[in-house]
Write a protein that binds this ligand. Structure first.
Ligand code: C2E
Ligand code: CA
Ligand code: CA
Ligand code: CA
Length: 281
């Protein structure tokens, strides 16, 4: 490696180069991952805390890399989002999630993450209806989770998509609420049914002097005023569960109820038809 004369170490530049190489290598590997069967979906329950019943499962992508081991979607989704690769992964996840959910009882929904780039494709609603048709999943059982980043181009850019999805009968959820480009005005104009309160507001919310409970209450009040449900994400401890319930969150997602599960685990665990979980911290 070349020294820049200001004492930047050889090691440091080599590290950086390796990190960049790894990104490029992962992107190449990711292109083949679907065909090689290395991608899968894990499903994490969203639970109604008043009766501990599972209402929905969120589909979360998993990648078992042949050499690097399990790679987190927090790492590979941003890589995929740099190119049209995210469209391929996104379509795969949508179709797979619909097929899996079709095997669950009729009252259980499935939530699929849709990246902004994917959401802004003109034929996105067509893809959704195709996935529903080929899986025979009722549109009302599909929820699409989008983040505030879908609004970067203004609400006009995605207005038609919202409309078409609404007419299809699928539900929309606002994910990671409060962490990105928030605009309350946009919230009002888009047909969201759910707001997901990001786990950064939930974790540590029971520590004294923490301002997160105030934020949680404000988001719950806003959602109620707009006729939307709230989901508290990343609930890990009993005292956090008690707090978000007390503040009015409608649904709970977090390790307190369950980590993400495989489709096989779901079908086995709930084989007796009892879709009830226990909170244990
Ligand atoms: P997200 O949509 O906010 O998903 C929730 C994340 O929180 C998941 O991480 C989940 O495993 C984790 N989580 C759930 N409960 C708890 C808890 O109690 N404590 C803690 N510490 N974490 C909890 P995961 O599976 O690693 O996914 C990370 C992110 O990757 C997702 O965040 C989402 O933004 C993205 N992602 C995952 N799958 C897909 C996908 O199919 N498409 C797209 N576009 N993005 C995806
Ligand atoms: Ca999500
Ligand atoms: Ca989230
Ligand atoms: Ca997140």
């Amino acid at each position: 490696a070349k020294e820049d004369g200001r004492g930047v170490s050889r090691f440091y530049t080599a590290e950086l180069r390796n990190a960049a190489n790894l990104g490029v290598r992962l992107e190449e590997d990711l292109r083949d991952a679907i065909d090689k069967g290395e991608l899968s979906l894990a499903y994490q329950p969203l639970v109604d805390p008043t009766d501990n019943r599972v209402k929905c499962f969120e589909a979360l992508m998993r990648w078992e890399h042949p050499h690097e081991g399990t790679i987190s979607p927090g790492v590979f989704i941003p890589i995929a989002e740099k190119s049209e690769l995210i469209l391929i992964l996104g379509e795969w996840a949508l179709r797979q999630a619909c097929r899996d959910a079709a095997q669950w009882p009729d009252h259980i929904h499935v939530a699929v993450n849709v990246s902004a780039r994917q959401f802004m494709q003109a034929d996105m609603p067509k893809l959704v209806s195709s996935a529903l048709r080929s899986s025979s999943l009722a549109a009302s059982r599909l929820e699409l989770e989008v983040t505030e980043s879908v609004f970067v181009g203004g609400v006009e850019a995605v207005d038609q998509t919202f409309d078409r999805l609404d007419r299809l009968g699928v539900r929309l959820a606002m994910d990671d609420f409060g962490t990105g480009y928030s605009s309350l005005g946009y919230l009002k104009r888009a047909p969201f049914k759910k707001i997901k309160i990001d786990q950064s507001f939930v974790q540590g919310c029971t520590e004294s002097g923490d301002t997160n409970p105030a934020i949680i209450s404000a988001v719950v009040a806003l959602a109620k005023a707009l006729g939307m449900q709230t989901v508290a994400e990343g609930v890990e401890a009993m005292d956090e569960l008690a707090l978000v319930r007390e503040r009015g969150a409608d649904l709970i997602q977090g390790y307190i109820y369950s980590p993400p599960l495989t489709q096989d685990q779901i079908l086995t665990k709930f084989a007796d038809g009892d879709w009830i979980l226990k909170a244990d911290g």
